[in-house]
Design a protein around this ligand. Sequence first.
Ligand code: ATP
Length: 356
Amino acid sequence: MSSYLQLSGINKTYGNFTALENVDLEVEKGEFVTFLGPSGSGKTTTLMLIAGFATPTRGTIDIEGASLAGLDPQDRNIGIVFQNYALFPHKTAAENVYFPLQMRDVKRLEGMRRADEMLDLVGLAGFSHRYPKELSGGQQQRVALARALVFEPDLLLLDEPLGALDKNLREQMQIEIKRIQKKLGVTTIFVTHDQTEAMSMSDRICVFSNGKIEQLGKPLDIYHRPKTKFVADFIGESNLIPARITDAANCKAQSNVLGDVTYGTQSGTELRDGQEVSLVIRPEHLKLSSKRLADRMSAGIEIETIVNYGDNALVIGTSESQQIRVRVPGADVVILNEGDKCFISWTQDDVFVVTD
Ligand code: ATP
C-alpha cells in the first residue's frame, strides 16, 4: 500500500544549480514530519514543490495515490503557515480565518462561525474582532495557524513558523502546535533548522544536506544512530574521532585517540575491514576521572577549557592532539581545573561508527 504523501525521485534545478537531487519521501496519514537542515539545504524548496508554488524538474508528488502535477496551489487543499504570518492587516482575526472558506464559497454566517471555532481551538477565543496590529507575534501566528486549518486541509505545511518568536513563546507554541496537530490528526510537515525543536515535536525527522535527504527516522533513532558524520554533528553534540575498521564482523576499530575499540552501535551501513570511518561519542556519555576506571575503557586527556552553564559544564580537552568535549554535571566541575591531566572513559554502547 502506498503512503499518504509520496515524493518520488524529485529533482529541482535552477539553471545549472541543483537545489534538490533525487528526493524520495513517504509520509503517513496523521504523521508529523520535520524537515531539518542548515540554511540552503533544500527544505523550503521541497515544501514549495508540495505546495505547488514551484514545479519539480523531475519526479512526482502524490497525495493518496493522486498526482498533484498541474494543480495550482489553491486547488491542492493544503494549509500553509510561513514565518512572517502574512495576515491581511485590514481584516480582523476572524475575517482572516474566514478568508480561505470565502474562497471556497462558504457563506459568511457559516464561515465566521467556523472561524470562531478555529480561533477557539488555537486559544484565541475572544480575539475574533482584533486586527493583526492589535495582536502579539504569538497571537498572530495562532491566527495564521487557524487560517491554515479552517478548511480541513489534507496537509499542513509549516515553514519556520516560530522563527520570529522569542525563546519562551517559541517553546509554548511548540507545545500548542503539537496539541492542535494531534487533536485534528492533520498530516503535517514542519520546516526548521533548530534541532531541539525537531527532536521535541516530530514523529519523524528528515535531515537535509546539500539538496539531499541525509537521513530519515524517528528523533531518538537519528540521535542514537546517525548514519553520517553530518547527521552526528548536526543532531546533538558529537566527538568525531578518526578511526579505521579492523574487524567489521566483530565491530572492532582502531583509533589514535581511543586505541582499539569495540563499537556498540552501528548505523546500518555496511562496513568493511580497513575502511576509514569516524567514531562518535556524545560528550554526555564520556566520564571524567582522575584514575582509570576498571569497568570502563579509557584514555588520557588534558583539560584546556571549562565552560560553566550552571547545571552542567562543558569540559574541552585534548587527547593525542584531538579535541574532546565532555559534559559533566555542574556539581562535578568544582574539582576540575584547566591544565589538569585526567582520563575520559566510556563503555562499548557509547561508541558508534559513522561514515562520510
Ligand atoms: P533556509 O533554512 O535558509 O530557508 P532551505 O534549506 O530552506 O534554507 P532552500 O530555500 O530550499 O533552502 O534553498 C535551497 C537552495 O536552492 C539554496 O542554495 C537556494 O539559494 C537555492 N534556490 C532556492 N530558490 C531558488 C531560485 N528561485 N533560484 C535559484 N536558486 C534558488
